[in-house]
Design a protein around this ligand. Structure first.
Ligand SMILES: *[C@@H]1O[C@H](CO)[C@@H](O)[C@H](O)[C@H]1NC(C)=O
Ligand SMILES: *[C@@H]1O[C@H](CO)[C@@H](O)[C@H](O)[C@H]1NC(C)=O
Ligand SMILES: *[C@@H]1O[C@H](CO)[C@@H](O)[C@H](O)[C@H]1NC(C)=O
Ligand SMILES: *[C@@H]1O[C@H](CO)[C@@H](O)[C@H](O)[C@H]1NC(C)=O
Length: 744
């Protein structure tokens, strides 16, 4: 890069130094004419000869023989004696003659283009230098005569006009000059280094002569447009989008440099707009179609930032980017959500996907609010493309994190994770599915004592409350309350036991669960050993003594026990479910029992019993042995106590069946949600019709969609309406089948 000095011209003359710069226009001032003595007749021609000699000396780069002071005085004298107009005319014709003569060197010259430009520049520089010196001699003329006559050009402007009229307006000179300048720019754009000072000087000349716009800018912009139109087409085909973008960036920077170094500032807007149009606007869709998905897939934040910056320069750039961004999220998100084979990893993938896009929006898209909102909209859209399942999986994901033994190291990490999950949760339509599964898992965590942290549980609860209101969490809070009350109750019960059964062999804890707060559990009737039944009775008496009139319903399927077992290798403690306990206790009295014996004795439901036996005889810790061997438990199978059982641990947890969700449980939970939704739809229909009395089908549907907080199809609503008509809550209008009336 070459720097141009601003040329200050210092001219040494015989007796004084003139530090001259190009003069501007001065204010008009009025000079009063004083009476002067008359001059001798020969004074004028003599004086004019001296002045002419000086001007010619300046024009031919010779020394001026008369002292400048004297020349200056002479001009002043002539002006004072009304010879100003004449003097001005003389001077003008002198300059005209010189400039006219000067053009000859350019006509029919066979110099190459660059030499031609240099020649022209020299001529221009000399002209300026000369006019400055001339003006300094004729300063008085400029300050009096010129100022008093609006129609007269200042000496400097007169010089410019001469140059414009006789040199640059010459068609041959002009076209060679402009073509030469354009060629230089073209060369520079092609990567060659060119003489920027020459460009700058000549373009300044055109500006000073006020013909920059007229003779240069139009052609320059046209050349620019043609170059970049072709280049854009070609590179868009040949290059990958990231390479293309960095090329566009480079091109724009180069043009800014051109503006800084030699182009006139008035060219800034049209030039930059032209480049942006040809390289960006014209290829907007192509850039986005070809490039955006890949950049997002590969998390190439640098290129994404560049894309945002470049597209922000053109009119439709950001709206289009935002729209493609939105489509990308929906496309990729849908794949994560709708493929059942990816259910196991869905929530983690959603969290990762959201994290990545957040970084993109924050870092690359400058936190642009339109993009922030578009990101939300896209998530909400795709996550609900598959009804219910994401809500269920989010609930289960939370469970896995809130359960003891999860991998999140610190409370803060867990807290941050829960916050992120809440963001996903917010997008879900049909939060009732989430609630049902969340509640089921929470119940297990509380009852089996497997919660990682009470603080985390409470924190999650308060987040849900904040998000969905107190109504959403009141039952969940009730569950926590039950657990706390039960704890207090147990203290009192222990004391009570100490008095009533001081020699009891069992240590029993009971949790009192308020119906309605907790998930609905199937009630099982099983045969408990006499010892346990006794304890149940004692507890019942104790509890009803405190709360008479309440009804206690035992839930044996939620119970778990700690058993002591003697093996050949020594004593162990087995942490098992109540059902497993009932099975194991049978081996206290018998060496070998059959499936049928166990079933009859315990009365555990068939499938449940098979599962229970499987966990004891076919799992990792086989404390009983099955004949014949095999994974499945069949009728006629026989079981014996495995006295040779070995394990490194003293306390062994045998496959906590309760923590694992069975398919049946999953289906039940889902069905309960759907059942509940039907009630809610029915209730909403009746509520609306009761106030409105009569509504068309479509209006009723509109109001229903306003009220219902879960996704539902019009055909399902239609079914509920039919059902209510059958049950005489509504009736169809006799003349218009699309109109319903409320039946009081
Ligand atoms: C012009 O003046 C300079 C210094 O005043 C002198 O050195 C030089 O010889 C002169 N040139 C001519 C051609 O008289
Ligand atoms: C994407 O890149 C950004 C910064 O370049 C980084 O902070 C972030 O972790 C990356 N995300 C993924 C998913 O790689
Ligand atoms: C049980 O009763 C005995 C004697 O009455 C007493 O020493 C013991 O502290 C009591 N235990 C509890 C848990 O109350
Ligand atoms: C089990 O073993 C312990 C200690 O080894 C012993 O005290 C206890 O009596 C044994 N119980 C039975 C039922 O054999």
């Amino acid at each position: 890069m070459s720097l141009c000095e601003t040329r200050r011209i210092n001219v040494m003359t015989n007796d004084s130094q003139l530090s001259a710069s190009k003069p501007g226009t001065a204010k008009k001032i009025v000079i009063k004419n004083f009476e002067k003595p008359k001059l001798p007749v020969e004074y004028l021609p003599k004086t004019w000869d001296k002045l002419q000699e000086a001007v010619v000396a300046i024009q031919t780069s010779k020394n001026i023989s008369t002292p400048l002071e004297e020349l200056y005085k002479a001009v002043e004298n002539l002006c004072s004696h009304k010879a100003a107009a004449q003097l001005y005319d003389y001077l003008q014709s002198l300059c005209e003659k010189h400039v006219k003569y000067n053009v000859n060197q350019f006509i029919n010259s066979d110099t190459d283009s660059l030499m031609f430009l240099k020649l022209l520049d020299n001529c221009w520089q000399a002209h300026c230098r000369q006019m400055i010196m001339i003006r300094s001699i004729f300063l008085f003329l400029d300050r009096t005569y010129v100022l008093q006559n609006a129609a007269i050009l200042s000496i400097w402007d007169m010089g410019l006009e001469m140059f414009r009229n006789y040199i640059i307006s010459n068609p041959q000179v002009q076209s060679r000059a402009v073509d030469g300048l354009l060629q230089l720019v073209e060369k520079e754009r092609a990567g060659e280094s060119v003489d920027r000072c020459l460009l700058k000087s000549l373009l300044r000349m055109l500006s000073d002569l006020q013909i920059y716009k007229e003779v240069f800018e139009g052609k320059f912009l046209q050349a620019t447009e043609e170059l970049y139109a072709a280049e854009g087409q070609r590179l868009m085909q040949d290059q990958e989008v990231p390479a293309y973008l960095s090329h566009v960036d480079k091109r724009l920077n180069e043009e800014w440099e051109r503006l800084m170094h030699y182009l006139d500032q008035s060219t800034k807007r049209p030039l930059i707009q032209c480049v942006e149009k040809q390289l960006i606007s014209e290829h907007l869709c192509n850039i986005l179609q070809k490039g955006l998905d890949q950049l997002l897939d590969e998390n190439r934040t640098t290129e994404l930032s560049l894309m945002y910056n470049l597209l922000s320069k053109v009119k439709e750039g950001l709206p289009e980017l935002c729209s493609y961004f939105n489509q990308y999220i929906k496309k990729r998100g849908k794949v994560i959500v709708t493929n059942p084979e990816k259910d196991k990893t869905m929530v983690q993938e959603l969290l990762d996907f959201k994290d990545q896009l957040d970084v993109v929006v924050m870092q690359c898209f400058q936190k642009n609010e339109k993009f922030v909102n578009s990101l939300k909209e896209a998530f909400e859209y795709f996550i609900n493309q598959r009804p219910n399942k994401p809500a269920e999986l989010i609930a289960k994901f939370v469970d896995s994190k809130l359960r003891a033994g999860n991998k999140e190291a610190t409370e803060e990490e867990l807290e941050r994770l829960l916050d992120k999950i809440m963001v996903l949760f917010r997008f879900i339509h049909g939060k009732d599915v989430f609630e049902a599964f969340y509640k089921k898992d929470l119940a297990k965590r509380l009852l089996v004592g497997k919660s990682a942290s009470v603080d985390a549980e409470k924190s999650m609860l308060s987040k849900l409350k904040q998000e969905c209101g107190a109504g959403f969490t009141s039952k969940l809070e009730g569950m926590f309350k039950d657990m706390e009350l039960s704890k207090e109750l147990m203290l009192a019960f222990k004391q009570y036991l100490n008095n009533t059964m001081p020699h009891g062999k069992i240590d029993m804890s009971v949790n009192i669960l308020t119906m309605g707060y907790w998930p609905t559990y199937q009630t099982w009737e099983v045969n408990l050993p006499q010892e346990m039944v006794e304890y149940q009775d004692v507890f019942k008496k104790f509890y009803l003594g405190k709360h008479s009139g309440r009804k206690l319903q035992w839930q044996p399927n939620l119970g778990h026990c700690l058993l002591k077992a003697n093996f050949t290798s020594g004593q162990k403690e087995l942490l098992v479910s109540l059902f497993q306990t009932l099975v194991l206790l049978m081996f206290n009295d018998a060496d070998e029992v059959s499936f049928e014996d166990i079933k009859q004795s315990t009365t555990i439901e068939d499938n449940e019993l098979r599962r229970t036996l499987q966990s004891l005889a076919c799992g990792k810790a086989r404390v009983i042995l099955k004949t014949p061997k095999g994974r499945d438990v069949n009728n006629g199978d026989k079981f014996v106590f495995n006295s040779e059982f070995k394990n490194q641990l003293f306390r062994i947890k045998i496959n906590q069946i309760q923590m694992k969700e069975t398919q049946e449980e999953q289906t039940n939970t889902q069905e309960r949600v759907f059942q509940d939704r039907q009630y809610q739809i029915d209730a909403a229909i009746v509520r609306i019709m009761k106030t409105r009395k009569s509504l068309t089908h479509n209006l009723l549907l509109t109001e229903l969609y306003d009220q219902l907080k879960f996704p539902v199809k019009p055909t399902d609503l239609k079914k509920r309406i039919e059902s209510l008509i059958e049950r005489d809550y509504l009736e169809r209008d006799k003349d218009n089948t699309n109109q319903y009336h409320y039946v009081a």
